[in-house]
Design a protein around this ligand. Structure first.
Ligand SMILES: NC(=O)c1ccc[n+]([C@@H]2O[C@H](COP(=O)([O-])OP(=O)(O)OC[C@H]3O[C@@H](n4cnc5c(N)ncnc54)[C@H](OP(=O)(O)O)[C@@H]3O)[C@@H](O)[C@H]2O)c1
Length: 273
């Protein structure tokens, strides 16, 4: 006779039919579960009580990578933050007078939409929202649209922008009003440290990850506040912009690089303190 049993180890969980002799059936999972010291031990005890042999400390690096958003959210009480920008070979993210360049190729554009689909939210600064009028969706990739997080302290963004179309949940961080209508939330911040207040609000809203897509001022302010975990930079090696907006200055540890025709994608981790 089969019965349904659910067992979870923090965010690692499985469910399914197991027989009355749970121990032998659960042993099947023994090789699939890589438990390590970060879990509180209750899940381990639960499994051991069922007679499952639990092995700890294996593939720890891979486990941490797989659960990086979850761990950062709980340990640092803020979302996991990925900085992303596209740049020319001469280190510019836009032209002078905010002249817009299509920096990356169609393949890396699609990759960026895949990245968006993997995160809970996406964040941009006021100037980027105004000058680029981005949708910030995953339209080039099948997947969930991230929640849009927009800086607009003084509510200077016009309602004609795509971010206000209510098709995707959007939070406008500002200093003026608290209001909610359908998918559009104006979140009023009290005077004080804006970035800290936003991180606190996002933690309360259970937003576990953010992809920050510029512009330079927002990225720089996060870097200076130490509020980032990784950076993904796409450089078009065939493009020279000349006079323009410089890339943010940052100190990252290069993890890997991939080439996609004219574009080189560099993945950086934040250096350990
Ligand atoms: N190549 C790329 O990957 C990429 C990506 C995005 C944008 N861009 C380009 O970058 C240019 C815009 O960049 P940008 O550096 O001028 O602007 P931005 O970072 O998009 O926006 C800057 C504005 O956002 C608000 N803001 C940013 N950080 C803040 C903070 N920590 N606290 C409070 N307010 C904050 C401020 O608005 P207030 O002044 O109202 O206070 C600030 O002036 C555009 O030309 C765009 O095309 C390029």
């Amino acid at each position: 006779m089969m019965r349904k049993k659910n067992i979870s180890i923090n965010n690692i969980s499985f469910s399914g039919p197991v027989s009355r002799s749970a121990a032998s059936d659960l042993n099947f999972f023994r090789k699939l579960i890589y438990v390590f010291e970060k879990v509180d031990g209750k899940g381990i005890q639960k499994l051991q009580a069922e007679g499952v042999e639990v092995i700890t400390g294996i593939l720890e690096k891979e486990c941490i990578e797989l659960n990086k958003r979850f761990f950062t959210f709980h340990e640092k009480q803020r979302p996991y933050i990925i900085l992303k920008w596209a740049q020319s070979i001469d280190g510019k993210i836009a032209g002078l007078n905010s002249e817009r360049f299509f920096i990356t190729n169609e393949f890396t554009n699609r990759l960026v939409h895949k990245w968006r689909s993997e995160e809970v939210s996406i964040m941009v600064g006021t100037n980027t929202a105004l000058l680029d009028d981005p949708s910030l969706t995953t339209r080039l990739w099948q997947g969930k649209n991230p929640i849009r997080l927009i800086f607009d302290m003084n509510l200077r963004l016009p309602s004609s922008l795509k971010i206000f179309n209510k098709q995707v949940k959007t939070i406008i961080f500002n200093k003026i009003k608290q209001e909610e209508e359908n998918n559009l939330i104006f979140y009023k911040l009290e005077p004080g440290n804006i970035l800290e207040a936003i991180m606190e609000a996002l933690h309360e809203m259970n937003i576990q990850s953010i992809m920050v897509e510029g512009g330079a001022k927002l990225l720089q302010s996060l870097i200076e506040a130490g509020l980032w975990d990784e950076a993904r930079i796409i450089c078009n090696e065939h493009l020279n912009i000349g006079n323009g907006v410089n890339t943010p200055a940052f100190n990252g540890v290069l993890q890997k690089q991939e080439r996609c025709f004219s574009d080189v994608i560099s993945y950086y981790a934040k250096p350990e303190n």
